[in-house]
Design a protein around this ligand. Structure first.
Ligand code: ZN
Length: 172
């Protein structure tokens, strides 16, 4: 049932689980259920959180003047691996979440919005659309530079590529 796990690997994992002491197997099963029950979306950025604001939104060390827009919580994880973003995130470029992004920018204090949506047709269109919506707020809107292959996905880019893409970002 898990992505990227073929038959052979599934069998190996199943044997491993069977070899675990019962309390370990129970703890593993409980962890899956607990994650499913308690992990929800951050009310500000829509990243995953175990309740309340996510650790990034609630951190006093993060820069409130920069918002990095990504398509999926997995992309936050990818960006965080590179430790290049010191600001905050906004996840989910569908209409509802774009509205809440505009509200965040309208509330003031934001200087740059980095569009880190995927470099495919949909990601490009979303980046341009959001850039247009944010025009009235005189905020700098930038787009990741290429290096990430067109049609590729952020979450699969290696850290060096992501860092270069971020460094070379251009204004929209
Ligand atoms: Zn958050």
């Amino acid at each position: 049932r898990l992505p990227g796990i073929g038959g052979k690997t599934a069998q190996r994992l199943a044997f491993h689980v069977l070899s675990l002491p019962e309390e370990d197997a129970q703890a593993f099963a409980d962890a899956i259920v607990t994650a499913k029950r308690t992990v929800t979306y951050c009310p500000v950025c829509r990243n995953f959180t175990a309740g309340g604001l996510c650790p990034i939104c609630s951190s006093p060390k993060r820069d409130n003047s920069v918002i990095c827009v990504v398509a999926d919580p997995r992309d936050v994880a990818a960006m965080e691996r590179g430790r290049e973003i010191h600001g905050k995130y906004h996840v989910g470029p569908d209409d509802l979440h774009i509205k809440s992004l505009v509200e965040r920018v309208a509330a003031g204090g934001v200087e740059e919005v980095i569009m880190a949506t995927n470099p495919d047709t949909e990601g490009e269109a979303t980046a341009m659309y959001i850039a247009r919506l944010l025009k009235p707020f005189e905020v700098k809107v930038t787009r990741l530079a290429y290096g990430i292959p067109v049609g590729g996905h952020l979450e699969f880019a290696d850290d060096a590529t992501l860092a270069r893409a971020l460094e070379g970002r251009r204004e929209l």
